[in-house]
Design a protein around this ligand. Structure first.
Ligand SMILES: [Zn+2]
Length: 678
């Protein structure tokens, strides 16, 4: 196994130049092919060890380079990196196709698989064998020669289109800027938003204030700007990304993607792409997903309508003579929330200093799982903003490396995510610990202020940190089953459960200290944050459900797409709509989750996992939010187990029963019950 020679085999970012990636890919690919050839050529009888396990261990260097490169392509990209991605993506697809479509290799695997009852494999080995066999079948191994050729073409084209989709989106997101030079136009914006906008302007050598379509800038403007015309302008810009009939338009990309996905599913014998995807999910079938979404929609739509009426009435009372449009919703909602609960980001932000929030979150991991975090400045990073920590387990052993990358940059995709620079696995008695990376787009520190988070950003931090725990606490043998390598509708359980602590007074009280005075957040404000938690929850529900329904509609197509993209999505989301349609906008053309991010036929998974996390957290609620025994059980049954067993089984082991939607509906105020907030 060839790896970096650096201590802990960390990625030597200080020595890697973009031009190094292509040659590295080329040689790693060649090496991986040698590994595969060795398995195929072996004359002895195929066994679990010489075939399935050998395949799992093959191409190690390639997997590492892939992880590094694609993480960099998301967190620190450039035209050069993007070009390399375009070059290598088809090569990788081809390589993986060459494996799964190799008849000799498949014959060997099938032989082991057919013999599985007699092999005395442990649970994880059985899962690996099962997954390996299925992944071959799911990737076309059982197809005839002609169908195989077509399958290859389809997958290569799909990987190209996904990249194209992302590039278009990044280009259009970066292309727009709202440059304001009159102070009047800033009316309503809190100082922290103005300061960030001034800083953004200066970084582009402009005077005045600059607003962009990156999340912190865009969302703040929508929430606070009094100027309705400008809100509309930036709203339209954001929601029409890649919908301008120009070079960056994603409509044709989408049409090709959904048609090719359907074609691929059909080739493999599935009715729709979602049937294909969901076979490997807790939900199992599109019918189950659609009825799940419908159940939640029925529970939330009446609540959302009531919320709408309330915000509309409030807007009227504050002098608005118009029916609310989408660009009015965040603005008047924020004002009403402030009136009802007297809580605004401006009031709470001074209490959520990034460093202190980080301390609170790492401290929580200490309380629950006994982890300690030590800064390690010796580990090379890809950008000076990135900080690295060594994670030490309860008994003093090294557990993981954690890279933290907090602030927006031009080469960084929007949003927040967790990835690994190395997955956890065990080989020859050695436990290879993971190198985990968390990437955010938090508000940057300014000249006068440190980075202060909104309450939502505190939750985002907890969320991503939950993913990283899933990676860091992993205790599996095989890389492809370790950490977050689990079903998509299960993967958000470890992340979303962490958000529950943001609603616990006991924890929040410890981290919320004023950045200037060091004083604790006033009890009243803290209470108001918690009381406002379910404000407009019905609307938030239907937004998420509308994304889920759009996604399912695209992937339950049984014929190639005939209608325009925007008409199609309008029909798909009609049952969730409470606002009039805004001409010239389109959700799907910017919906990277499902067109380039691996969430195709999987967006429902967020809500699915909310059901799991609400249900799972009810155990902590019962036993105590810092209860070590409950945490131990969550760690032993879920966090450390990766995908080594069916998630339904893992969940039942932790919970003692199957989850129901009740805990979620009650927590979010959509249903009355024990634990309902008033
Ligand atoms: Zn997540």
């Amino acid at each position: 196994m060839i790896d970096f020679k650096s201590p802990m085999q960390v990625v030597p970012f200080d020595q890697i130049r973009p031009a190094d990636y292509k040659p590295a890919f080329d040689s790693a690919l060649a090496e991986a092919r040698v590994d595969i050839d060795r398995i195929i050529r072996l004359k002895t009888k195929p066994s679990f060890k010489n075939t399935v396990e050998a395949l799992e261990r093959s191409g190690y260097r390639l997997k590492r380079i892939e992880q590094i490169f694609f993480n960099i392509n998301s967190a620190e990209t450039s035209k050069e990196i993007q070009q390399i991605a375009q070059q290598v993506s088809p090569l990788l697809t081809e390589y993986y196709n060459d494996i799964t479509l190799n008849e000799d290799l498949f014959r060997k695997i099938k032989q082991v698989y057919n013999d599985r009852q007699h092999l005395k494999l442990d649970t994880e080995q059985q899962k690996l064998l099962d997954d390996t066999y299925k992944s071959f079948v799911r990737n076309g191994a059982n197809l005839n020669a002609e169908a195989k050729t077509e399958y290859r073409k389809v997958t290569i084209e799909l990987s190209r289109l996904s990249l194209k989709f992302d590039e278009n989106l990044l280009d259009e997101t970066n292309a727009y800027q709202l440059h304001l030079t009159r102070e009047d136009d800033l009316a309503g914006l809190p100082d922290f938003v103005k300061e960030a906008a001034a800083l953004e302007a200066r970084s582009k050598n402009l005077s005045g204030w600059l607003f962009t379509l990156k999340a912190p800038s865009y969302q703040a403007f929508m929430k606070y700007a009094d100027n309705r015309k400008l809100r509309e302008e930036i709203f339209r810009a954001y929601n029409s990304r890649c919908f301008h009939n120009n070079k960056q338009d994603n409509q044709e990309v989408i049409r090709q993607i959904v048609n090719l996905r359907l074609r691929m599913a059909n080739l493999l014998g599935y009715k729709t792409y979602s049937d294909y995807v969901l076979e490997e999910r807790m939900a199992r079938t599109p019918e189950k997903v659609n009825s799940f979404l419908k159940e939640l929609l029925d529970a939330s739509l009446p609540v959302a309508r009531k919320e709408y009426d309330e915000v509309q009435a409030f807007a009227r009372k504050s002098g608005a003579s118009f029916a609310l449009q989408r660009w009015d919703w965040p603005y008047y909602s924020e004002k009403l929330k402030n009136e009802k609960f007297s809580v605004t980001d401006e009031m709470t932000k001074p209490y959520f200093r990034l460093e202190k929030v980080q301390e609170g979150i790492l401290g929580l991991a200490n309380k629950l799982y006994g982890l300690t975090f030590k800064p390690d400045t010796g580990v090379p990073v890809y950008n000076p903003d990135v900080k690295v920590y060594r994670i030490i387990d309860e008994k003093g052993s090294f557990l993981a490396l954690l890279y933290l990358d907090y602030f927006p940059r031009d080469g960084k995709q929007g949003g927040a995510w967790m990835t690994n620079y190395r997955d956890q696995f065990k080989q020859k008695g050695k436990d290879f610990r993971p190198h985990v990376s968390l990437v955010f787009n938090f508000t940057k520190p300014t000249d006068t202020k440190p980075s202060l988070l909104t309450y939502d950003e505190v939750r985002t931090f907890l969320h991503e940190f939950g993913h990283s725990l899933h990676s860091m606490l992993s205790n599996c043998t095989y890389m492809s089953l370790s950490g977050t390598n689990v079903y998509r509708d299960f993967v958000e359980l470890p992340s979303q459960i962490m958000e529950n602590w943001a609603e616990q007074k006991e924890w929040l009280d410890q981290i919320a200290l004023h950045y200037q005075t060091g004083e604790k957040m006033p009890v009243e404000l803290l209470d108001n944050i918690l009381k406002s938690r379910n404000f407009n929850c019905g609307y938030a529900f239907i937004r998420q459900l509308s994304f889920g329904l759009d996604d399912m509609a695209w992937h339950t197509l049984t014929n190639s797409l005939k209608v325009p993209v925007s008409d199609f999505e309008m029909t798909a989301m009609a049952s969730t709509e409470i606002f009039p349609k805004v001409d010239g906008t389109c959700l799907s053309t910017g919906f990277s989750h499902v067109f380039s991010g691996g969430y195709a036929a999987g967006y429902y998974g967020y809500k699915w996992a909310e059901v799991l996390d609400a249900d799972a957290f009810s155990v902590f609620r019962k036993n105590g939010i810092f209860d070590k025994a409950t945490a131990r059980s969550f760690r032993d049954n879920i966090l450390s187990r990766g995908g080594t067993e069916d998630p339904t089984v893992l969940y039942r082991k932790f919970r003692g029963q199957e989850p129901t939607v009740d805990a979620l509906l009650i927590r979010d105020g959509l249903k009355k019950g024990q634990g309902t907030r008033d």
